[in-house]
Design a protein around this ligand. Structure first.
Ligand SMILES: Cc1cc2nc3c(=O)[nH]c(=O)nc-3n(C[C@H](O)[C@H](O)[C@H](O)COP(=O)(O)OP(=O)(O)OC[C@H]3O[C@@H](n4cnc5c(N)ncnc54)[C@H](O)[C@@H]3O)c2cc1C
Length: 260
């Protein structure tokens, strides 16, 4: 995987046991190697989103929080109104980016949008005595570990098909158990937050980004599955290009809605 990514311009360094333990001293003795993505970075999504909302408001955008879209009106292949719980909006152009809920939000529009919810789990604990130096993914268990200053977060698991965001306590406990297989942690952790969230997945695992067939003023951007935060800025650029009728940064045919 590291070699494949390397060929596509992602810088990686293969770490043997000694190098890995030097890089991440709290790794347990059983951990015999790893891949260091030397160009990688990570962030706390809640802080990023709060700052992004602040920035777009400063730039003149209005953000209507807690305003559920309940339906659309369209005439001659053009959306004329967006109905919401707090009134109707007229829009020159509509962007459908409601994640796993996109097919539900768009039910009036008769789009073929086979998005399914894939539930993932998150457990955030107060910083233990030994904090990891890096954010990392535990390869075999597919659990991500992210040090956020005074907090440490574990995320993982993928359960396809249900819209419930109620976490199964068994899997919350397992996340911590899996992390303990790789790194030294305090015997008792102080859990600050635990939740489940829904990722939007497509049948082929590739996002759906493009102008909607049959509607002249709708752009769709969803289906980012496990990497929506990483891909979000790139998708934002593509959506801006699509809405403004510009040439997109790359050929979007593999991502188009026509493939469904
Ligand atoms: C546990 C977990 C860990 C993850 N870790 C990572 C990671 O490490 N890196 C990464 O890149 N990605 C990660 N992801 C995936 C990432 O969170 C998603 O890919 C991303 O959130 C998808 O973005 P989105 O904007 O399409 O959908 P969402 O973030 O789901 O946003 C959709 C929005 O639409 C709103 N909505 C729903 N219905 C309506 C309605 N009727 N009217 C108006 N609004 C509505 C929802 O409230 C929501 O705010 C993780 C996901 C989970 C669950």
């Amino acid at each position: 995987e590291a070699e494949f990514l390397g060929r596509h311009g992602v810088p990686t360094e293969i770490l043997d046991k000694a190098a890995l333990h030097e890089c991440e001293p709290i790794a347990l003795d059983d951990v015999i190697g790893g891949v260091h993505f030397t160009g990688d970075s990570f962030m706390n999504p809640a802080i990023f989103l709060a700052e992004l909302a602040k920035r777009v408001r400063e730039m003149g955008a209005e953000v209507h929080e807690n305003t559920a879209v309940t339906g659309f009106e369209s005439v001659s292949g053009k959306i004329t109104k967006v109905r919401t719980a707090s009134g109707e909006f007229e829009a020159e152009h509509v962007v459908l980016a409601a994640g796993a809920w996109s097919p539900i939000v768009a039910r009036d529009l008769r789009l073929k949008l086979p998005i399914q919810p894939a539930r993932g789990y998150s457990v955030t604990v107060a910083a233990p005595r030994n904090m990891p130096r890096h954010a990392f993914i535990l390869g075999d268990r597919r659990v991500a570990v992210s040090p956020f200053g005074e907090l440490l977060r574990f995320t993982g698991r993928l359960e396809v098909g249900e819209y419930s965001t109620t976490p199964d306590p068994k899997w919350l406990a397992r996340l911590e158990m899996f992390v303990r297989e790789y790194i030294e942690l305090d015997e008792k952790l102080d859990v600050k937050d635990a939740w489940a969230g829904l990722r939007p997945v497509t049948p082929d695992g590739i996002p759906a980004i493009g102008r909607a067939p049959g509607l002249s003023n709708l752009t769709v951007a969803t289906g980012h599955a496990m990497v929506g935060l990483s891909l979000g800025p790139g998708t934002g650029q593509l959506v801006s290009e699509l809405v403004n009728g510009q040439k997109t940064a790359f050929d979007l045919r593999p991502l188009s809605l026509d493939r469904f």
